[in-house]
Design a protein around this ligand. Structure first.
Ligand code: SAM
Length: 333
């Protein structure tokens, strides 16, 4: 990723929305996560340039159903969703390549002039998706908001009061811990005005083996392993750490009690890794792990109630019968 304030940050269609210090001085956040009883690396730290590419490779795995199912739902229902959204500003949290969002944006353009405001910490993803959208949907206005979710939402709050829909796809809400999720939902509710819309998707609870197959590499593929190990490469680069990738074994498990899939890097031998820039040394025994992935799975009625109590009312939902994956449209009350 490029640093805000660098010459390249002046791309006309990308606004750095984050405060440079807050965006890049993530030492306290990373340090706090690494000090948890099972050390953890926060979700967004996984999306450096290589991490973003590796996530794309994950979405192409035959066993990773989330992207395919969501694309199918959007393909089938985009016109109806665009109609119900009823506004010309579409802001998206964690937009990535925005390949699925394109289906929705094309349908929105059929109804009205539309401005797309993707929010992402990955500047490269904003550039790549912006260029692709401009080529495919020439009528679409695109302004990338480069920074963390909170900064993008603050930019929206301080800007135009025109109606807006906030889109959050990929069941990405589940990538936050319950406390982070709570804060994010409140932030979204505070940003939206009565009548604004919130469109989000959720992967619903199902049998454990479905998740374990989905979140581990199938034979002969390595996208998940590389994505998870890249968190350590990123720590090595950013904080001068000395993690040895060969000393870890990646594996994801689903815990039905918490309804969370956790991706871990398990130590294959006793080891110490030092992170001089954080003033930290991690000691790991064989079998101990670092948590590099958190995907909560949702119980539909509780999920809807949880969003609703922030000041939203469910307007419509589209649920895949086989994979139990849903897209939910709320309006701010
Ligand atoms: C799992 S990918 C999903 C991309 C896309 N929404 C999809 O459904 O395929 C998550 C995206 O969110 C971005 N992201 C993760 N955490 C973020 C945060 N806290 N603030 C802004 N962007 C974030 C990443 O850079 C990445 O592009």
């Amino acid at each position: 990723m490029l640093r805000p304030g660098s010459r390249e940050a002046g791309h006309p269609d990308i606004v750095p929305v984050d405060d440079e210090a807050a965006f890049w001085d993530d030492h306290p956040a990373v340090l706090a996560c690494l000090r948890e009883p099972t050390p953890r690396i926060p979700a967004w730290f996984g999306y450096d340039v290589l991490g973003s590419q590796l996530f794309e490779a994950i979405t192409r795995l035959p066993t990773y159903y989330l992207t395919r199912v969501e694309r199918r739902l959007l393909g089938r229902h985009a016109a109806e969703i665009a109609d119900l959204i009823g506004c010309g500003r579409v802001a998206e949290l964690g937009s990535g390549t925005a390949k699925k969002t394109r289906l929705l944006l094309a349908a929105c353009l059929e109804h009205r002039p539309t401005t797309y405001l993707p929010i992402d910490v990955s500047r490269e993803m904003l550039e790549i998706s912006g260029a692709a959208l401009r080529a495919e949907l020439p009528g679409l206005a695109v302004q990338g908001l480069w920074g963390r979710y909170e900064a993008g939402l603050e930019w929206l709050r301080n800007g135009s009061r025109e109606p807006v829909v906030v889109v959050f796809l990929g069941s990405n809400l589940g990538n936050s811990t319950p406390a982070e999720r709570d804060a994010l939902l409140s932030d979204i509710a505070t940003t939206l005005q009565p009548g604004d819309r919130f469109l989000l998707s959720a992967d619903l609870q199902k049998a454990a083996d479905t998740f374990e197959t989905c979140y581990n590499d199938p034979p002969g593929r390595s996208a998940f392993a590389e994505f998870r190990l890249n968190h350590l490469t990123h720590l090595n680069r950013r904080f001068g750490a000395d993690f040895v990738l060969d000393h870890f074994y990646p594996r994801a498990h689903y815990d039905p009690a918490t309804a969370v899939v956790e991706g871990h890097l398990y130590a294959t031998e006793e080891q110490s890794a030092s992170l001089p820039a954080l003033g930290l040394t991690l000691h790991l025994q064989p079998g101990e792990s670092i948590n590099v992935g958190f995907s909560a799975k949702f119980h539909r009625p509780r999920f809807v109630a949880d969003v609703a109590r922030r000041g939203f009312a469910l307007q419509a939902q589209w649920i895949d019968a086989v994979w139990q994956y849903g897209i939910f449209l709320f309006h701010r009350t």
